[in-house]
Design a protein around this ligand. Structure first.
Ligand code: M6R
Length: 620
């Protein structure tokens, strides 16, 4: 959702800010804007609904020479309060036009604040919650104890705001300073040589510096050319955590690929290998920041996995493995439902919160609820220092690298691998697996990057199929056991990328209703289990395929290499390498990602930026 960048340094701020906004386009947005301080007391703002290209066109019209300073900020907005039109786009200014504010999140008490300002005679120029912050900062800056002190004014306003927010504020009186604040919304500081940045994520400044600082909850940072200072909302000095970004610019660029998503599909073997690296040493599974002791893991009597979207599907896959390895009951729950149904939680419950971004509001609220109920929370996350790992008891980072395409691909595979590590760590601590069994399971996981690489070398057939079925009205996906979440993931990919009706079903459920959907020529993708590993399920699924084929469906079967039994029932057969049953999702998901991307491309859609979607969903 909203992307924020602020800069004070020695380069032309407009170029830095637009470059940062471009790298954050993946977050999803519907309007954009910039503000530049020219050093001589002018604060110049331009905003435009639609893509960044619209804003750039507007900047060319008015003349970029009017934006000639070395301090500035920019914003990509994903509308919450007010339609995505020019006047609701950020930055917002106060009546004197000396203060400019960009904002991510929701100011929950904005109606009361707005009423207060209007009663004071302030005329609002937009329908947004953000504008209230601009007027409040301007008021604090001109009155009382905070008069003339921009930092104290921002802190005073932050103390009054309710909800989750990142705010970045500039004032024409302070052309070399940017003040930024955060509560439950992302904000990182980039530390360069004679230049400093603030941004929603490190992608915005990665081409300039890899040195970053992670701000804590309710912290405020003042950046200048020379340095940065971190304070709390009362103006007292506060500690923030420096870190070095472990990927570079090339990871955030397309590297010759038409779309980020296609690059990220190809990066999956590396993402898996990086996620597993360093987690098995001296015969033991090691988690990253394991602030949960082995004794606590032994005391666990129930596991919940909470997540959204693809991350939720990774949890569904994990359930099969964790229950099998540990004999603990595992419930997998959509994070958006979790806290509203009063789940039974106590200090012996382990809640695994899975999130690529670590920012997803639904998952964050589920984490908070679980912790309030005294459950232990372990985050599986791809983003260093994001809010969900910060608020969890322990963290296992996936090392998939930045995922720019909105549709999750490499992060999903990395989540499955990381969830399996959690399962093995539990089995190890509880003694439900002998050390040599844990070692064998880990060795099988370690063989998966090569297996995924093999799938990638054969996907031309899938692309061709995608082009042939791109004009279908709908596609169904069926699976059993771990193939069921793979079917759900295949359907989600197709919905979000190709805007096509797609449903995933447990194949056994077909006869209880969905079989009524089968009609002549309807493509039905079936994810087959191994004929050796799961012989009984395999033969049941063969029966399911023959039932739908008899009713005219066009069967597209993902099956293990050499699975001859299924061949007569497959109108299209896509073979994947033989791997242990529990690891099958790591290979069988890949053709479904490629299929969805190819159908979307054939239909002429932007695979990286599907309509209406945001990469990080920071509102509930
Ligand atoms: O960042 P998260 O993993 O918490 O995101 C969860 C979902 O929003 C995400 O997986 C979404 O479903 C993807 N677009 C799926 O491709």
């Amino acid at each position: 959702m909203c992307g924020i960048v602020g800069y004070v340094g020695h380069r032309p701020a407009l170029d830095v800010v637009l470059g940062g906004l471009r790298r954050m386009e993946y977050r999803g947005y519907d309007s954009a804007g910039v503000a530049v301080l020219d050093g001589a007391g002018a604060l110049t703002v331009e905003r435009k609904a639609g893509r960044l290209a619209n804003l750039e066109g507007r900047l060319d019209e008015v003349g970029r020479e009017h934006f000639g300073g070395t301090a500035g900020m920019g914003h990509t907005r994903w509308a919450t309060h007010g339609a995505p039109i020019d006047r609701n786009s950020h930055p917002h200014r106060d009546a004197s036009q000396r203060v400019a504010v960009v904002h991510n999140g929701i100011i929950e008490n904005f109606a009361a604040l707005r009423a207060e300002l209007e009663a004071d005679g302030v005329e609002m120029a937009s329908d947004t919650d953000t504008e209230t912050a601009a007027h409040l900062v301007a008021r604090a800056y001109t009155e009382g104890d905070t008069k003339g002190d921009l930092t104290a004014s921002v802190a005073a306003v932050c103390r009054r705001l309710e909800g989750a927010f990142t705010l970045v504020v500039t004032h024409a009186d302070h052309p070399d300073t940017i003040v930024a604040a955060r509560r439950s919304s992302p904000l990182v500081v980039g530390v360069g040589d004679g230049e400093h940045f603030v941004a929603s994520d490190v992608a915005a400044f990665i081409e300039h510096t890899r040195e970053a600082v992670e701000l804590g909850q309710d912290q405020l940072v003042v950046i200048t050319r020379e340095g940065y200072e971190v304070l709390d909302f009362h103006g007292d000095a506060a500690q923030a955590k420096p870190f070095t970004v472990d990927w570079d610019l090339s990871a955030a660029e397309k590297g010759g690929h038409e779309y980020f998503m296609l690059k990220e599909i190809e990066e999956q073997p590396e993402a898996l290998a990086n996620t597993l690296r360093g987690h098995f040493e001296s015969g033991r599974i090691i988690l990253d920041e394991q602030r949960i002791s082995d004794q606590d893991l032994r005391d666990v009597d129930k596991v919940f996995v909470v997540a959204c979207g693809s991350a939720y599907h990774s949890g569904l896959v994990a359930k099969y493995a964790i229950e099998h390895w540990t004999r603990l009951p595992v419930e997998v729950e959509l994070a958006s439902e979790f806290r509203y149904r009063d789940p039974v939680l106590d200090r012996d419950t382990l809640v695994v919160a899975v999130s690529q971004s670590g920012e997803t509001a639904d998952t964050l609220e589920a984490v908070r609820h679980a912790r309030e109920q005294k459950a232990r929370v372990l985050a599986v996350c791809n983003t260093n220092g994001a809010q969900i790992p910060r608020e969890s008891d322990a963290v296992l980072y996936t090392h998939a690298g930045p995922e720019i395409g909105v549709a999750s691909t490499k992060a999903f595979l990395a989540q499955i691998a990381a969830n399996y590590l959690v399962g093995l760590a539990l089995a190890q601590a509880r003694g439900t697996k002998y050390p040599d069994e844990v070692a064998r399971e880990f060795a099988e996981l370690e063989a998966m990057p090569a297996a995924v690489q093999k799938v990638l070398s054969t996907v031309e057939q899938v692309r061709d199929l995608g082009r042939r079925i791109a004009d279908s009205k709908a596609v169904l996906f069926l699976g059993r056991h771990v193939g069921f979440p793979v079917a759900l993931e295949g359907a989600l990919k197709l919905k979000e990328l190709a805007y096509m009706h797609a449903e995933g079903f447990a194949a056994g459920e077909l006869k209880h209703g969905p079989i009524a959907l089968i009609e002549d020529g309807l493509p039905v993708v079936v994810v087959m289990p191994s004929p050796k590993g799961r012989a009984v399920l395999h033969s049941k699924l063969v029966s399911n395929i023959s039932e739908i084929q008899a009713r005219g469906a066009r069967t597209i079967v993902i099956a293990e290499e050499g699975d001859e039994t299924v061949r007569p029932f497959a109108d299209e057969l896509i073979e994947v390498p033989a791997v242990p049953t529990l690891l099958q999702p790591l290979v069988s998901t890949v053709p479904l990602q490629v299929l969805a991307a190819e159908i979307a491309r054939t239909r002429g859609y932007d695979v990286d930026k599907p309509r209406n979607l945001a990469k990080s969903v920071t509102v509930e």
